[in-house]
Design a protein around this ligand. Structure first.
Ligand code: MG
Length: 361
C-alpha cells in the first residue's frame, strides 16, 4: 500500500487526485492539507478515513502547519498541489527525507528549482512532475537525455480574441478555457501564457536542459501534451484525453502504470495542428522566460508579481493589460541572488507586494 499525503486537497488538482486514489486499490491517503475549505476537508477526511489533517486557516483543527504534518506522518509520496508556494518548505522536508514528491505546483520549481534539485540529489529524493506537459515529457523520455523538448500550449481562452480589444478582456472571457478544467489562477495564466513561461523554466529544472533547447508550440487540440527529440532526431510524443487525472495518477503509481477512469483517446476524424506562438498576443511569456534565464531569484520575483497581478485582475482591480504592465515592471526590478527556500519565499512575497503597490498609487 502506497501512503500519500495530499497538500491542497480541496483545490482543483487535490480533488482530482482524491478521485484517482478512490478509483485504485493500492494507494491510501494518510494526510490531507488545505488552506481554508473546512467543510470539504472534513468530508474528505471522513471519506478516506484519514487521521492527519491540517487546515492552514485554523490551527486548532489538526496539525498547525503542513511542515509539522510531513515530519510526523509516515508516508511514501507527497503530492504538492497547494496554491502558490505554500508547500515549498514541506517539499524541502520531504526531499530531505529522500521521499517522492509528486509536484503539481510548478511555482516551487520556478522559484527554487536549483535548490530543490540540489536537495533531491543530496538526499536521494525524487521529483515527479504532475504538470501535464512535463508528465508527458517525463513519460516520453523514460530516463533518456533529450536533445530538445517541445511543450505544447492551447493558447488559452483569448487565442482568437481580437488583438485590439485584448487589453480590455473581461474576467469571464479569460476564464473560459477551451480545453482544460482548472483553477482560476492558472486559467488566467494560460490566457497570458505566463503559465507557459513558467513551464519552460520548470522543464529546464526537471530535465536538466538549456533554455534554448525548450520549444513551445501552439497546439489547439490539447491532445499532444509534450514531445521529446532524442539524439538521432527521433521525436516521441505523448497523447491522451486532456484530463489532469492522468498525469496525477502516473505520478502516484510511478513506476507502475495502471488502468484509469479517463476515457481512451479516439483519434478518428481528429486532426493535430502545430504553430508558432504569436508573440504580440502573449508579451508576458517572453518576459518570464527571459527572467528565468537570469536565475531563480528573478523567476521567484516574477512568479510573485504574477500571483499578485492575477489576483488583482480576478478581483476587478486592474484590467487584463494590467497583468502585463506589472510583470514588465517586476522584470526590470527583480533582484539577482542565489536562493534557498527561505529567500525564495521572501522574494516571491516581495513580487506580490510590487503588484499590490501598483494599484495603491
Ligand atoms: Mg501545464
Amino acid at each position: 500500500m502506497k501512503k500519500v499525503i495530499v497538500l491542497g486537497s480541496t483545490g482543483s488538482v487535490g480533488r482530482q487526485a482524491l478521485d484517482v486514489i478512490d478509483s485504485v486499490d493500492n494507494i491510501s491517503v494518510v494526510g490531507l492539507g488545505a488552506y481554508s475549505n473546512l467543510s470539504l476537508l472534513l468530508e474528505q477526511k471522513k471519506h478516506f478515513n484519514v487521521k492527519n489533517i491540517c487546515l492552514l486557516k485554523d490551527s486548532t483543527l489538526g496539525y498547525s502547519t503542513f511542515e509539522q504534518m510531513i515530519e510526523m506522518v509516515d508516508f511514501d509520496v507527497l503530492l504538492a498541489s497547494a496554491s502558490s508556494i505554500t508547500s515549498l518548505k514541506s517539499v524541502c522536508i520531504a526531499l530531505k527525507m529522500g521521499k517522492i514528491v509528486a509536484l503539481a505546483n510548478k511555482e516551487l520549481l520556478v522559484c527554487a528549482g536549483n535548490y530543490l534539485n540540489q536537495l533531491a540529489k543530496q538526499y536521494g529524493g525524487l521529483i515527479i512532475p504532475v504538470d501535464s506537459e512535463h508528465s508527458a515529457i517525463f513519460q516520453s523520455l523514460k530516463g533518456e537525455k533529450a536533445k530538445s523538448i517541445i511543450i505544447t500550449c492551447s493558447g488559452g481562452a483569448l487565442r482568437d480574441y481580437p488583438l485590439n480589444r485584448l487589453p480590455f478582456a473581461t474576467k469571464d472571457e479569460v476564464l473560459a478555457h477551451p480545453n482544460w478544467k482548472m483553477g482560476d489562477k492558472i486559467t488566467v495564466d494560460c490566457a497570458t501564457m505566463a503559465n507557459k513561461g513558467f513551464e519552460v523554466i520548470e522543464a529546464t529544472k526537471l530535465f536538466d536542459i538549456d533554455f534554448d533547447k525548450v520549444k513551445v508550440l501552439m497546439h489547439r487540440e490539447s491532445l499532444v501534451h509534450g514531445m521529446v527529440e532524442l539524439e538521432d532526431n527521433t521525436v516521441i510524443a505523448c497523447l491522451s484525453t486532456p484530463d489532469m487525472r492522468l498525469p496525477i495518477q502516473y505520478a502516484l503509481t510511478y513506476p507502475k502504470r495502471i488502468g484509469s477512469r479517463v476515457s481512451s483517446l479516439d483519434l478518428v476524424g481528429k486532426s493535430l495542428s502545430f504553430d508558432c506562438v504569436d508573440k504580440r498576443r502573449y508579451p508576458v511569456f517572453d518576459l518570464i522566460v527571459e527572467g528565468g534565464k537570469k536565475g531563480d531569484s528573478v523567476s521567484a520575483y516574477l512568479c510573485g508579481a504574477d500571483e499578485g497581478a492575477v489576483n488583482l485582475f480576478l478581483k476587478g482591480n486592474i484590467p487584463y493589460s494590467g497583468i502585463h504592465r506589472i510583470i514588465e515592471k517586476a522584470y526590470n526590478l527583480a533582484p539577482i541572488t542565489s536562493v534557498d527556500d527561505v529567500i525564495a519565499e521572501q522574494i516571491y512575497n516581495e513580487g506580490i507586494q510590487l503588484a499590490l503597490d501598483s494599484v495603491k498609487r
